[in-house]
Design a binder for this molecule. Structure first.
Ligand code: AMP
Ligand code: ZN
Length: 112
């Protein structure tokens, strides 16, 4: 989507601090971290949010969680990290390209 900031990051048109990339998925550090470890995992396919996920995307969304957990382990969160999807502006969603937040690096990785 041409006006989507995360599509622009995926296309390399906006810089990001990348953690991981493959054909389906990109992970990058959140620009405004809410915990010592805070990164985002996004599918390269534009999906506006959790409510727009269809059965076709089941495997892709599972992969986001698997990659997020692997990257959390590689970035010293131990077994204490939060996995968060926001859906809708009233729930705090600001970017309408689905993304998984991983927050960790302390015993209770809050807020969000
Ligand atoms: P949400 O509120 O769930 O839509 O989360 C959007 C997240 O994207 C926020 O935590 C922002 O800090 C983060 N964010 C926005 N723009 C960028 C960017 N250019 N690079 C990295 N993270 C970003
Ligand atoms: Zn997008």
């Amino acid at each position: 989507m041409s006006d989507c900031i995360f599509c622009k990051i995926i296309a390399g048109e906006i810089p990001s601090k990348k953690l991981y990339e493959d054909d389906d998925v990109l992970a990058f550090w959140d620009i405004s971290p809410q915990a010592p470890v805070h990164f985002l995992v996004v599918p390269k396919k534009h999906i506006a949010g959790p409510a727009e996920v269809t059965e076709t995307d089941d495997k892709l969304i599972g992969k986001l969680i698997r990659i997020g957990a692997q990257l959390a382990a590689e970035n010293n969160t131990g077994d204490a990290f939060r996995v968060i999807f926001n859906n809708g502006a009233k729930a705090g969603q600001e970017v309408f390209h689905i993304h998984l937040h991983i927050l960790g690096g302390k015993d209770k990785p809050w807020p969000i």
